[in-house]
Design a protein. Structure first.
Length: 123
């Protein structure tokens, strides 16, 4: 069994015993990818927690004040929008990595099913 980076796993088993070993290897590889996915999710959780703490510590928007107050509120809105945009930019690459890992896990599952089907057909 071989898995190149960002590609489908390849299984070439000549016997039922080799196929069963390949399934075990695939399941192990799936666990490795699940661990990577959990690490990425943990990173995302940490980034979101930092953002949430920052949001909780900032004060309310300025109220009143006529045109000066309107200007202050506009600046506050711009700053808050920038903070949300920064959060999204920090999370985007991690989300892409997580989606790639999910795709690989799904591919491994499909390969396991194919190998199991092959075992049933050949036994």
């Amino acid at each position: 069994m071989t898995i190149a980076d960002d590609s489908e796993p390849r299984v070439s088993a000549r016997s039922v015993a080799e196929a069963k070993i390949a399934i075990k290897e695939l399941k192990l590889k799936k666990k490795e990818y699940a661990l990577v996915k959990r690490e990425i999710s943990q990173q995302q959780k940490q980034i979101r927690a930092e953002y949430t703490d920052k949001v909780r510590q900032r004060g309310s928007k300025f109220r009143g004040g006529g045109s000066i107050g309107g200007f202050v509120r506009t600046v506050q809105t711009i700053n808050r929008d920038a903070d949300r945009r920064t959060l999204a930019q920090e999370l985007a690459p991690l989300e892409q990595q997580k989606n790639a890992v999910d795709a690989m896990i799904n591919t491994i599952d499909q390969t396991i099913l194919q190998v199991e089907k092959s075992i049933i057909e050949n036994s």
